[in-house]
Design a protein around this ligand. Structure first.
Ligand SMILES: [Zn+2]
Length: 349
């Protein structure tokens, strides 16, 4: 009796590039959104070079990606070398700058995402074969909510942890709300205590790669490296590796799913509500997006590296709870579906 099957958003094609998390952070301090009239797809100063690979994959240990120190908006994402390794201070910088992966945002309209992902998630035909990876070993609280019975929704935060994550954890704790953090390796290395605290307080840590590239552009080996290095960093901080994966930009294809199917706890988590928080930096708009798009079993996308995103959390959580939602981690949300590595989910049922 679960309510339906998880939706495999297969055709993420349209999702590519969309605003997802990808956006903001990666594109360097100068969020995609700023200059490109809305379409994160077209980075203002189109980085034609391929900085992607340069950053992290190769040196997991050295957090290459530089947190764009400051909230400097118009930074040129173009310079591949820009990300100067300053692993020590990422927390101070709201904008995590990693490999700009410009290729990833080009195609779709920013909002294509939300539309695509939420309303009519359908099962992807071509997914079948690639979605049968190992079942995730979910770390669930036996006394936790049963999302096949109660109205659940999952808040997810990408690109951190960062300077606002501690405040976010305080907010969640106060409201007895659980969330999932899709972290990038360098920020984990810089803020291991925050990751440890999140786990201790019942939140889930997901994998958002090391250098935030579009995984579809990488070789299988490079994809594994991105995923494994970040999972290792999380394991070092918390004692266990990452549980689920959110590919930067929501970019996945058959190759990526196939590779992830061979990794542990690598079910792909997309989203059904894209708040575009990274783009508008307006708490009111973030709340409005949630109100408009939330449905039982939904997954909401936000970014805890932005102050304005965290500022929106109290209202968002209060609203959801007032509507009867129980805020859970993505594994709690998908438990009825028994998620499997390599398979993509944008919501339950
Ligand atoms: Zn991201």
């Amino acid at each position: 009796m679960r309510r339906g099957t998880a939706i495999i958003i297969a055709a993420l094609v349209p999702l590519l590039g969309l605003g997802a998390c990808a956006t903001a952070p990666i594109t360097a301090a100068g969020p995609v959104g700023s200059g490109s009239g809305g379409a994160p797809a077209a980075p203002p100063s189109a980085p034609s070079q391929q900085p992607t690979a340069t950053v992290a994959p190769s040196s997991p240990t050295a957090p290459t990606p530089t947190p764009a120190a400051s909230s400097a908006p118009p930074t040129d994402p173009s310079q591949p070398g820009a990300p100067a390794p300053s692993p020590t201070t990422p927390i101070a910088s709201p904008d995590y700058t990693a490999a700009p992966a410009p290729e990833a945002k080009p195609s779709a309209p920013a909002d294509a995402h939300s539309r695509t992902a939420s309303p009519t998630p359908t099962k992807q035909p071509d997914e079948a074969p690639s979605g049968d990876g190992a079942p995730a070993s979910l770390h669930l609280d036996p006394n936790g909510p049963d999302c096949s019975e109660v109205k659940c929704v999952a808040l997810t935060f990408d690109d951190g942890p960062g300077a606002h994550t501690a405040r976010l954890l305080d907010m969640l704790k106060q409201r007895h709300a659980k969330a999932t953090f899709f972290v990038v390796g360098p920020n984990v290395k810089a803020n291991p205590a925050l990751v440890k605290r999140a786990v201790a307080e019942g939140h889930q840590i997901g994998n958002h790669s090391w250098s935030h590239p579009s995984l579809t552009k990488l070789s299988p080996g490079a994809i594994r490296k991105e995923v494994r290095s970040t999972s290792a960093a999380v394991k070092q901080a918390t004692g266990r590796g990452t549980e689920s994966i959110r590919p930067p930009y929501g970019a996945v294809d058959k190759k990526v799913r196939r590779v992830l199917a061979g990794e542990p706890n690598a079910h792909v988590i997309l989203w059904s509500v894209d708040t575009l928080d990274w783009k508008h930096h307006d708490p009111a708009k973030t709340l409005a997006a949630v109100k408009q798009g939330v449905q039982p079993g939904g997954i909401i996308l936000m970014h805890d590296i932005h102050k304005t995103s965290v500022d929106a959390v109290p209202a968002v959580v209060d609203y959801l709870q007032s509507k009867g939602y129980t805020l859970v981690t993505v594994d709690q949300l998908l438990a009825p579906e028994h998620p499997r590595s390599g398979k993509a989910y944008s919501h339950l049922g």
